[in-house]
Design a protein around this ligand. Structure first.
Ligand code: RIB
Ligand code: CA
Length: 320
């Protein structure tokens, strides 16, 4: 049985906060949004470091917006660095296969002031109190920085829909932590401890049950468009690498959160929990802790109509 979560039914504006790579699941998520009935609700894209550094990610997202027919959509880089975590710290952690931007050349200045992306988030929420959904599919540095600069906006954010964390299961960046929360645990803590009224979390708990195979990849790349060319390169040669390993299996991450924003009825089961994040540097850095006392509860999604999600995915990616 599917049901609507609190606050999910109301249509309003959407700001996508993303750690876009060259395309990846963030690229699929924006394609799903812009090729859905919610296209007109997407008012801007703010970019955070994660998969790559935010300035590069903003370039990739601007290209996506242009190819998807909205070259005028604001795409703004936000913070460059996580709040505390650094590439040097990452080198002292147990080997992590994928460390995102930490494995890429560091931007010229080590610490960047927040740029237009964070201001854009704040101004958007102020201009439409209670009506903005922030869809955050990367590390939470931009959202946390906005909350630090302007704590009063917490109660004015309509909903925050996040992909990140691992609540009852192990991590994918370390034994304990999921990538987005691991990349900036301090930011995730600020956001989870905040008073944002509606928080919805797509953690590995639900993502670990959502997979796709080369069959879907083949259907998509058979349709020749500039978007499917980007999709072919990234999903074929990088992750999951279907052109190198036809038996590979991909996980759905950001796509689940995007599908929920398009159609909240796809969620079948969830639980409400108060969550916190481990910020002591060590093996559990970035792990989710349950039973926190601060902040509003989080709706943790546990099950979805995955066929429905893949239907939206296929329809969006094969559109001409
Ligand atoms: O753990 C999955 C998350 O990490 C997704 O947001 C994906 O884009 C990667 O950055
Ligand atoms: Ca992402």
């Amino acid at each position: 049985m599917s049901f609507l979560l609190a606050g999910a039914g109301a249509r309003g504006q959407i700001i996508l906060d993303t750690d876009s790579g060259a395309f990846a699941d963030d690229g699929v998520a924006v394609t799903m949004l812009l090729r859905s009935p919610r296209r007109g609700d997407l008012r801007g894209i703010t970019v955070v470091s994660g998969n790559v550094w935010s300035r590069d990610g903003a370039g990739f997202m601007a290209r996506n917006a242009r190819l998807l027919g909205v070259p005028e959509l604001p795409v703004l880089a936000g913070t460059e660095m996580p709040m505390t975590h650094t590439a040097a710290m990452r080198k002292t952690e147990k080997p992590i296969a994928f460390a995102g931007a930490f494995d890429l050349p560091v931007p010229a200045a080590e610490v960047q002031p927040p740029s237009g992306g964070v201001d854009f988030l704040i101004r958007s929420v102020e201009a439409a109190p209670g009506r903005v959904t922030i869809l955050a599919i990367g590390p939470l540095t931009n959202v946390a920085t906005a909350l630090q600069l302007r704590p009063d906006i917490a109660g004015k954010i309509g909903s925050l829909v996040m992909m990140g964390g691992a609540v009852h299961v192990g991590g994918n960046a370390s034994q304990a932590a999921e990538f987005n929360f691991w990349f900036d645990p301090e930011a995730a803590r600020i956001v989870l401890r905040s008073g944002i009224p509606n928080k919805v979390l797509f953690a590995l708990d639900v993502c670990n049950h959502a997979h796709f195979t080369k069959k879907l990849f083949d259907e998509i790349v058979a349709v020749k468009t500039p978007i499917t060319e980007l999709y072919r390169e990234d999903f074929g040669n990088v992750y999951p690498g279907f052109l190198k390993n036809p038996n590979a299996q991909g996980s759905l991450w950001d796509e689940l959160a995007a599908a929920y924003v398009i159609d909240p009825k796809l969620v079948k089961r969830s639980e409400s929990l108060r969550l916190d994040v481990e910020t002591t540097f060590g093996p559990s850095y970035g792990a989710v802790r349950t039973g926190g006392k601060a902040g509003t509860p989080v709706t943790v999604v546990l099950d979805m109509d995955f066929d429905g999600v893949l239907g939206l995915y296929r329809k969006a990616l094969t559109a001409r």
